[in-house]
Design a protein around this ligand. Sequence first.
Ligand code: 6CS
Length: 214
Amino acid sequence: MKKLGILAGVGGVALTAILAASTAGSADDSKLEELKAQGFARVAIANEPPYTAVAADGKVSGAAPDVAREIFKRLGVNDIVASISEYGAMIPGLQAGRFDVVTAGLFMKPERCAAVVYSEPVLCDAEAMLVKKGNPKGFKSYEDVAKDATATIGAPGGGTEEKLALTAGVPRDRVIVVPDGQSGLKMLQDGRIDAYSLPVLSINDLVKKANDPN
Ligand code: 6CS
């Protein structure tokens, strides 16, 4: 029986899902009744604007949680309570009952769809690589990073970009797990990685706020 997962997913060229693609049956109704009684849904997020963001005062926002909060309100669940999680830990956390919902812009991928149930898609995005001005190593693909024996690429742990880099042939020791956008930006600026891969929306947000012409 598939664990009822309520996920915000972004499927590469596919689409983002958000919220209960509930399969018919009393199990799902009881889950919703449970959340209504609880008064909030425990959501997993990543803190990767514009998908998810946690302000200094702890306020949670971003495309996925904002939509989830509104949908839950309409379903009779008053609020959401967020925990920051690495992408690779979101589905295991959902399956272990640590979260009620993943609302992080988690791409809709076959192996994930085999483990949990996505909602209807609401957003679409693709992948990007942040590199130094002028793209000194001439990267145009993950394969280009693989072909350059001196090149390293940063990506979120358990994220799709890490998987794409490894699948393209970048050796494990040249795929660097990066915990968040600010760390990835700093590592690139300091020359500790040659590229940093996130979805287009996240990379653009990072560049806009970086205030760094290089
Ligand atoms: O679903 C994923 O794997 C990717 N989704 C987002 C919004 N950021 C990075 C992550 O790897």
